[in-house]
Design a protein around this ligand. Sequence first.
Ligand code: BYC
Length: 498
Amino acid sequence: MTTTDDRIGSAPEPDGPTSPIDYSQRIPNNVNLNENRRLQRALEGWQPKFLDWWKNLGPQLPTKDVYLRTAVAVGRDGWAHFEHVPMEEYRWGIFLAEGNPDRTVNFGKHKGEPAWQEVPGEYRADLMRLIVVQGDTEPASVEQQRILANTAPSIYDMRNLFQVNVEEGRHLWAMVYLLHAYFGREGREEAEQLLKRNSGDYDNPRILGAFNEETTDWLQFFMFTYFTDRDGKYQLGTLKESGFDPLARTCEFMLKEEAHHMFVGTTGVQRTVERTAEVMKEKGGPATFEDGVIPLDVIQKYLNFQFSVSMDLFGSEQSTNAGNYYTSGLKGRWQGTRRKDDHTLLDDEREMNYIEDGQIKTKTVPMISALNLDLRDEYVADCENGVRRWNQALEDAGLEDRLYIPHEGFHRQVGVYAGHHVSPDGEVLDDATWESRVDEWIPSAEDRAKVAELMVPVYEYGKFASWIAEPPTGINGQPVEFDYVHLYEEALREEGLA
Ligand code: BYC
């Protein structure tokens, strides 16, 4: 379901009481960090390493300040405020959603027991693994996007990119807090590693595949925030159900920030499609790069690529890891408490697709073994919503062309489809046919080069690159032409230094 936040990007309305965040401390937090000197010192020791990482691998375009949202409270109203801040002075902090002292584990073999406030010894390794994998994705995405501002299609879009970046940085803080607070020396070591692995690094890459792909241009960024951040939404949704209460509360708050990231993706692709549709309508035929827009078939290829690498992020359809996480009460299901079953799933089954003899077949498997698939199905249904919306833009322009989500088996590296070739419409192909047609389905080097040619920076307030439509409204009630970002060059000019 597309939420209001997806559509307008306003701060979502958290439920529960408000708990203010203490900004008087070096690390803003609502976890009474000053009452735990050891933990505070450990995190203060990590802070300069984070800032170093941000400087070296965060956004590369020099800016003076950016109109950013900062969380000020965890609760129902007014949880964030907006102001111009130099990005390196952004107040990254540790914010957990309000706790509920009566909370219980809601699924698996501990169902009904009080939620854990400490790490259960027997699940320590699994929990740490989940937190590390989640934590690894956050800085990875900042690294992937670090040079995009150099080709921003507008100052408005540049501001949104930076907002996403600082919040991914904060999500890293969220996971590092858990590692430091609950996993001792090992946790501190893992927190160091989160800054040492780097996206695309040959020797020391990020853990999950999609986070080692390059974000080559803004269309890919929008597809990333639509499809890959949406995986984040679903994974966080399952961790929010965790029996380990600090993880659940951390993820709940992260989800509130995540809505804006998806807004950036949904509307970014939509505005790209709108511009292309406008030209198609004028011409009465396909739009080309020469028209200054991205042809619809290239948009579809970008969609195919990002959808398929994001599908891989759910892991194998059948996973003993996922089953164990569920039975242990560590990782739940999307909106798990709303499901009408026994929440242990030991007797339940479901259908799943697989490939045999060059054909896609269906078999029945134990539900508990197929929880990655369960989550992925929820995700795919959500992805369809955006595509419907983009297609509405095509319909509104009086066009018959439509975008679509490719088959689940298309271009997959993880799970039952890995090692097979499946076309976007679900046909199993031999190697030669795949090779001869793959450029029709995922962006070729030439497509990417042509898109890159369109990626000229537009830094004049209220102006937009040729390939993307203006948004209908600005951020936080500001006009579209608002001075969302002050570039460093501009600051120098003002001071007569350039
Ligand atoms: N690439 O049993 P399997 C986000 C590994 S995005 C490389 O099928 P499992 C964000 C897997 O780790 C959300 N390796 O998988 C978005 C396992 O290795 P080990 C991030 C992969 O464990 C945008 C082995 O293959 N959060 O927040 O059931 C911007 C067997 O795997 C991949 C999470 O993912 C892959 N794609 O499920 C910023 C939540 N897939 O353990 C942020 C935490 C699998 O045998 N993670 N492998 O060495 C998890 O819940 C699970 O680890 C996974 C994998 C769902 C990722």
